[in-house]
Design a protein around this ligand. Structure first.
Ligand code: AGP
Length: 369
């Protein structure tokens, strides 16, 4: 088993460190930065259909659902197609309105999640076109869908999903660009610019991994907390949700992810000197707004841990701990900002003596309702 872990103490840590490579594998043969072109062989036969779809519905559970939320931002931004993101378990028991003009994207690492499979079957019966985003080749979900794109992240052993999440986000990024290309909502020069940057995201993830020692120090300071809040805006919101899920899954600390602006509608009541609040505070369109949310937390003596852009000075004046990540186009920030949160929950769980790879009560894939 030591061999399988490749010298790492846990599968989860190995999988976190694999991300520069897994994302490269996910993009291989699919992006052509010099030409400003995305090719997705798996959904090629639906290229024409994509020009006229009314709506996309994303169905998934857990971490895959968080990836879906990032996908919503990207597809709406670039392809200008309305997107709804649904928990498969809720969707399947409603009487949702689905037509032949809808595309349903089912996201699943394992490809065996019972609720996601049931949601696919229902949408299929109602005439929708179903795309899958899956990590395990030949699993049940890829067999149920009309077409799909594999994430190629390699086997994920840790119950807490890490590299599968960033690979799902990568595929959704490619899908958003592909759809934009089909619909003509993006120019070739813009695609050249975006794809050229995307091609170098694995190196930026590598840089983000280099904050590991600092993250360990931060983990030491907050490891005994009973609660933790994660806040972000825009596509930083799903990153916050994912950070909170990771922490609760493996360290058993109660954690909540929230859109930062929603804090004042409730969670602000929880803030005192015992409450660590993790902010996604990178320099993007919501930076100034996040800064005022940080001030609100500091005014109530909350402990602020901020994920910031390299070279940031503003947030550093306010936050108790800052973890830097390389600057990137807003579209790619979730891919990088997730990395320190994965490491943070990993170290906290190890320090608390938890079984990181196999947390209590959880299974790698939930094949029952
Ligand atoms: C992730 O850390 C969780 N263990 C869990 O939420 C998982 O993402 C969910 O069960 C969905 O699994 P799937 O992607 O294999 O469908």
């Amino acid at each position: 088993e030591m061999l399988e872990k490749g010298g790492f103490d846990h599968f989860m840590l190995k999988e976190i460190y694999e991300q520069p490579r897994s994302i490269k594998d996910c993009m291989r043969g699919r992006i052509y930065p010099e030409e400003g072109k995305v090719q997705l062989g798996g959904i090629k036969e639906f290229a024409e259909k994509l020009k006229n779809i009314d709506r996309i519905i994303i169905v998934a559970c857990g971490t895959s659902w968080h990836a879906g939320l990032v996908g919503e931002y990207l597809i709406e931004e670039y392809a200008r197609i309305p997107v709804e993101v649904e928990y498969a378990s809720e969707f399947r028991y409603r009487n949702p309105i689905i037509t032949e003009k809808d595309v349903v994207i089912a996201i699943s690492q394992s490809g065996e999640t019972a609720d996601t499979m049931a949601a696919i079957e229902m949408a299929k019966e109602r005439g929708a076109t179903i795309f899958g985003i899956c990590n395990v080749a030949g699993a049940s979900i890829p067999r149920l869908t009309h077409a799909g794109v594999y994430t190629h992240a390699g086997p994920e052993i840790g119950v807490a999903s890490t590299k599968a999440f960033t690979a799902q986000v990568t595929v959704l990024t490619l899908m958003a660009f592909y759809m934009a290309q089909q619909k003509g909502t993006i120019t070739t020069s813009k695609l050249i610019e975006l794809l050229t940057e995307l091609d170098h995201i694995p190196e930026k993830i590598q840089v983000a991994l280099e904050s590991n020692e600092l993250i360990k120090e931060v983990a030491e300071k907050i490891k005994d907390s009973t609660n933790c809040l994660f806040l972000g805006r825009g596509s930083g919101f799903p990153v916050a949700l994912e950070g909170a899920l990771k922490l609760k899954e493996i360290s058993y600390i109660h954690a909540e992810g929230y859109p930062a602006a929603e804090m004042k509608h409730g969670p602000i009541a929880l803030i005192d000197e015992e409450m660590p609040v993790v902010f996604i505070a990178t320099q993007n369109s919501s930076y100034e707004k996040v800064i005022s949310n940080i001030q609100e937390v500091k005014a109530r003596k909350g402990k602020v841990i901020a994920i910031v852009t390299q070279g940031d000075t503003e947030v550093k004046k306010m936050a108790d701990y800052c973890i830097e990540i390389p600057d990137a186009n807003e579209a790619f920030l979730p891919l990088i900002a997730t990395i320190p949160l994965q490491l943070l929950s990993y170290h906290i769980a190890v320090m608390r003596g938890c079984n990181v790879d196999q947390p209590r009560n959880l299974a790698k894939s939930v094949t029952v309702e």
